[in-house]
Design a protein around this ligand. Structure first.
Ligand code: MG
Length: 380
């Protein structure tokens, strides 16, 4: 049987499966799949991946059936990322694996959950959701006989760890080295990061309008939106409602991806890296043009002020932070409330970390139920 060349057609600066820096625990080559396809498949079969369906993106999972969850968000990131990767002759499989895994460590209730858990863990090493995503794939998943975690390739793990404090980087060995040296990750990792941004900037507009917290008139204060809304009006005079919105968002995604491909192609042509190692030593090469960067920043600021800090979202945030904080404190004061395999004897640091793992792994509704089980005198 002829060997399939999984790296055929890739640019020299792409991440090549055959040249992967490998896995912590040596395994036989996957045979009918590339190394990164195997990573992707392990991620899809993981328990943490299925939990994403019930974790908040912006709106709580039960607030409406049509809002994005962490799961549909991750799928949109993978889809946009693969399009970008193919245009730039980068490794689609690696981008897909990284995109599907990038939010695995997210707490329930979105960013507020992570912020509160970080405060609770202040004396115990802190909590970072990027690092937690890595912890999920390196340690917490229990699927294989030979090792803890999913034993993913260096390249996928490098892409998952977008940010990391210097302190934590020093404890991560070769994966943390780039934060100390201030070098770049693979182009696939850089690209997935921006695909994430394209996905949430656009789908949060859709969800914001669907929820009624944002209005079309308000959105037109944002130049990037107004310009594409105007183009839709030119193409389909009188079109309104959801179709007008979807057409506008469609044009915005197209504009952002086209800008990113064009800008990055020019940077790559100029720097002409001959390998992934030269990519790692170069400045960031996957970027938006300065005009698109300014426009997406304005859009982000708008969403922050008008959606993420809308009073109705704030009410959810305050409740969610109480749930996370009260659960953490109850478990820390009384570890016997924890399931047996989360109880640690005589080691407060390890006990606190186990509590953080337990809470971070909860879905929104599980955390709400757990809070009720522990605190409500009406439910036993
Ligand atoms: Mg994300």
């Amino acid at each position: 049987m002829a060997m399939v060349d999984f790296d055929a057609g890739l640019a020299p600066y792409a991440a090549h499966s055959a040249q992967s820096r490998g896995r912590k625990h040596a395994e036989l080559a996957p045979g009918s799949r590339s190394e990164f396809q195997r990573d992707r498949d392990r991620i899809i079969h993981s328990t943490a991946f299925r939990r994403l369906e019930y974790k908040t993106q912006v709106f709580l999972n039960h607030e409406g059936d049509l809002f994005r969850t962490r799961l549909t968000h991750s799928i949109e990131v993978a889809q946009i990322g693969r399009t970008l990767a193919r245009s730039l002759r980068l490794n689609e499989d690696l981008v897909e694996a990284t995109a599907l895994a990038h939010d695995l460590g997210h707490t329930p209730f979105g960013h507020v959950g992570q912020d509160v858990l970080n405060e609770c863990m202040a004396d115990y090493g802190g909590f970072e959701h990027n690092l937690q995503s890595l912890r999920v794939v390196d340690h917490l998943e229990e699927h294989y006989g030979a090792f803890d975690g999913l034993n993913l390739t260096f390249e996928t793990r490098e892409g998952i760890l977008k940010h990391c404090s210097l302190n934590n980087a020093r404890q991560l060995g070769e994966l943390g080295q780039r934060f100390i040296d201030r070098t770049q990750p693979s182009l696939e990792a850089q690209l997935t990061n921006l695909a994430d941004e394209i996905a949430y900037n656009n789908h949060d507009i859709d969800d914001g309008l669907r929820s009624g917290l944002l209005t079309m008139a308000q959105m037109e204060e944002v130049e990037l939106f107004a310009r594409h809304r105007h183009a839709v009006e030119q193409a389909y005079p009188g079109l309104s409602g959801r179709r007008a919105l979807y057409e506008t968002i469609r044009l915005m995604i197209t504009a952002m991806t086209a800008d990113l491909v064009e800008t990055s192609s020019a940077l790559l042509a100029e720097a002409a890296p001959r390998s992934i190692d030269e990519v790692r030593a170069a400045p960031p090469l996957i970027r938006f043009s300065s005009q698109m960067r300014a426009e997406t920043t304005a859009l982000k600021r708008f969403l922050y002020a008008n959606l993420y800090r809308h009073f109705q979202v704030n009410r959810m945030r305050v409740k969610a932070s109480r749930i996370v904080r009260e659960l953490f404190e109850a478990f820390l004061n009384d570890p016997v409330l924890l399931p047996n395999d989360y109880q640690v004897q005589d080691d407060p640091m390890k006990q606190a970390r186990k509590i953080a793992d337990y809470i971070a792994g909860m879905t929104d509704r599980y955390a709400i139920r757990e809070h009720r089980r522990i605190f409500s005198l009406d439910h036993f």
